[in-house]
Write a protein that binds this ligand. Structure first.
Ligand code: ADP
Length: 394
């Protein structure tokens, strides 16, 4: 039996059909530019890739096409459940939930907290309910893993009424990835997750760090929104809260325009004035591009500082995990970050670090020193497992 995992963005739909027990992947793909000319669906199966024109169709058209494909492949009857990635579950969801009308209402109630993401997730759920009638659907929340954070980690020092009336607190994101790689790292270290204090660094286009004590999140770098914390591809991460008002006054931009610029024109892109993509920046820095060098240096400086902050949250550190496109592939970001964190006990194994790229994983530090390791994240697998657990009641 297969689980279909759906990850819907405003104009995209990423999917995977897999067996959560064996990890076997039947079919995966991505629909892009949904709702506009050029909308397309890419299907990957057994190393072969095909692309379909969706003729401007939206999420429903993408799912219809996928359905036809599953039917032609004889896979449709094997779809036992659909698992949806949902970005924001607020304080209501600390675990995945089977989708009922009440759960849909609660996801809708979280729209003000994630105005770009939750409406797309809702559109995906509605399209999937229509496409797969009678198949159980489960919501897996990016925020749920962090609901174990204590108040010292999740409360902002702002008027108390903002927390009670508007839900102003730190929620954290990337929970599925942090939870998955922490579990995998424990296996690689040969120790029970319950006994370990780990720091996980998910470094992709969006990036966050998490302090995981005994398998539970106790702090993380993202907050009310995914804008807080580290320097990201186009997101600023932490800035002075006074910046918004200052820039708005100086530039004549509205507050929402300032927020837009902090989300889309900042981070690595803003610092380098060149690109948001780490690979491109590493190449440019190698050619002597000063902006690219600065962007890389600030990225690493802030990452190391945030890892140290997570170490303080944990009190004792048993390991650091790198994951996400940058964490899994940039040996240079890992080397520079660990060099700054030598005081915690890390000592780089240069050969192992150079080898842990493009799917390679494992320890990148020398034997007898504090372990840092590369783990390939697999959010689809984690969502499929959690979906199966909810459906089977285990
Ligand atoms: P998303 O957060 O969108 O899922 P990914 O996890 O795929 O993104 O990460 C994308 C980032 O990973 C980009 O900045 C990209 O440049 C970086 N990356 C991928 N491969 C490499 C590489 N070989 N060296 C350095 N950075 C890489």
């Amino acid at each position: 039996m297969w689980t279909l995992v759906l990850n819907c963005g405003s104009s995209s739909l990423k999917f995977a059909l897999l067996d959560p027990d064996t990890r076997e992947l039947q079919l995966s793909g991505l629909a892009e530019r949904l709702g506009v000319d050029g909308a397309s669906l890419r299907l990957d199966r057994d190393g072969e890739r095909r692309t379909h024109d969706l003729k401007g169709g939206g999420h429903a058209a993408a799912l219809d096409r996928l359905l036809a494909e599953l039917s032609a492949l004889g896979l449709l009857d094997g779809v036992a459940a659909v698992g949806h990635r949902v970005v924001h579950g607020g304080e209501r969801f600390s675990a995945p939930a089977r989708i009922t009308p009440e759960v849909m209402e609660a996801i809708r109630a979280c729209v003000p907290l994630a105005p770009l993401h939750n409406p797309a997730n809702i559109a995906g759920i509605e399209a999937a309910q229509a496409a797969f009638p009678g198949v159980p659907q489960v919501a897996v929340f990016d925020t749920a893993f962090h609901q174990t954070m204590p108040p010292v980690a999740y409360r902002y020092a702002v008027p108390e009424a903002w927390y009670h009336h508007y839900g102003v607190r730190r929620y954290g994101f990337h929970g599925t990835s942090h939870a998955y790689v922490a579990g995998e790292a424990a296996g690689m270290l040969g120790r029970p997750l319950e006994d370990l204090n780990l720091i996980t660094a998910h470094l992709g286009n969006g990036s966050s760090v998490c302090a995981v004590a005994g398998g539970r999140s106790v702090d993380t770098s993202m907050g009310l929104t995914p804008l807080e914390g580290l320097v990201m591809g186009t997101r600023s991460g932490d800035v002075d809260p006074g910046l918004h008002d200052y820039v708005a006054r100086q530039s004549g931009l509205s507050l929402s325009e300032v927020t837009g610029a902090l989300n889309r024109e900042s981070g690595l892109l803003g610092l380098s004035n060149l690109a948001s993509d780490m690979r491109e920046l590493e190449e440019a820095a190698g050619r002597g591009h000063a902006g690219a060098r600065l962007a890389l240096d600030v990225f690493v400086y802030r990452l190391a500082g945030t890892v140290a902050q997570m170490a303080a949250a944990l009190g004792r550190v048993d390991g650091l995990v790198f994951t996400g496109g940058i964490g899994e592939n940039s040996a240079s970001v890992r080397a520079q970050t660990l060099a700054r964190l030598g005081f915690l006990g890390f000592a780089l194994d240069e050969k192992a670090n150079a080898a842990a790229v493009r799917g390679g994983s494992g320890l990148v530090t020398r034997t007898g020193t504090l372990p840092a390791l590369v783990v390939n994240t697999n959010e689809e697998l984690m969502i499929a497992r959690q979906t199966q657990d909810v459906v089977t009641g285990s």
